[in-house]
Design a protein around this ligand. Structure first.
Ligand SMILES: [Zn+2]
Length: 155
């Protein structure tokens, strides 16, 4: 059993982007198209179905709502309404065994650790990072694309 859970982007962010087709806070135009490659939705943490479902690409601050210096980058969400990931424990199924970069942050958004994983090491690596008392949360990014995927917090 995991001692941590994954946190997806807030539903208010997904709704705002779908309604306005603009990035929250930045106002940059968002882009909508049928998924042509791997497009992980940051709201439900499932993949947007290749060649079937539409994805919206927009600029998002990975530290949204945390009142710290922002780190904007491109992310996908389903163009249609989807159900927010319910913060189950562990790394979400869709991301296991992928090339992931785990960034551990202490108070004040101080980066105190970075680990790149492959071959299913993500669960163990996250556990080690989150066992350090100074670490408040972990950001998970795609190692290949560099894009922010979701946050991990202790249960
Ligand atoms: Zn979704």
């Amino acid at each position: 059993m995991s001692s941590f859970h994954a946190v997806a982007i807030p539903t208010e962010v997904a709704r705002s982007v779908r309604a306005t087709m603009k990035s929250p806070k930045y106002g940059f135009p968002a882009h909508k198209e049928v998924a042509a490659g791997r497009a992980p939705c940051r709201h439900c943490l499932e993949l947007v179905k290749l060649h079937q479902e539409e994805a919206i690409l927009f600029t998002m601050d990975a530290f949204y709502g945390q009142n710290v210096p922002p780190s904007p980058g491109p992310v996908y969400i389903h163009a249609k309404e989807c159900t927010r990931y319910d913060e189950r424990t562990g790394i979400p199924e869709t991301y296991r065994g992928r090339l992931l970069t785990l960034e551990a942050f202490a108070a004040g958004r101080k980066l105190v650790g970075e680990v790149r994983v492959a071959n299913g090491e993500e669960e163990a690596a996250a556990k080690i990072l989150l066992s350090k008392a100074e670490v408040e949360y972990v950001h998970v990014r795609s190692t290949e694309a560099g894009c922010y995927l979701f946050r991990l917090e202790r249960n």
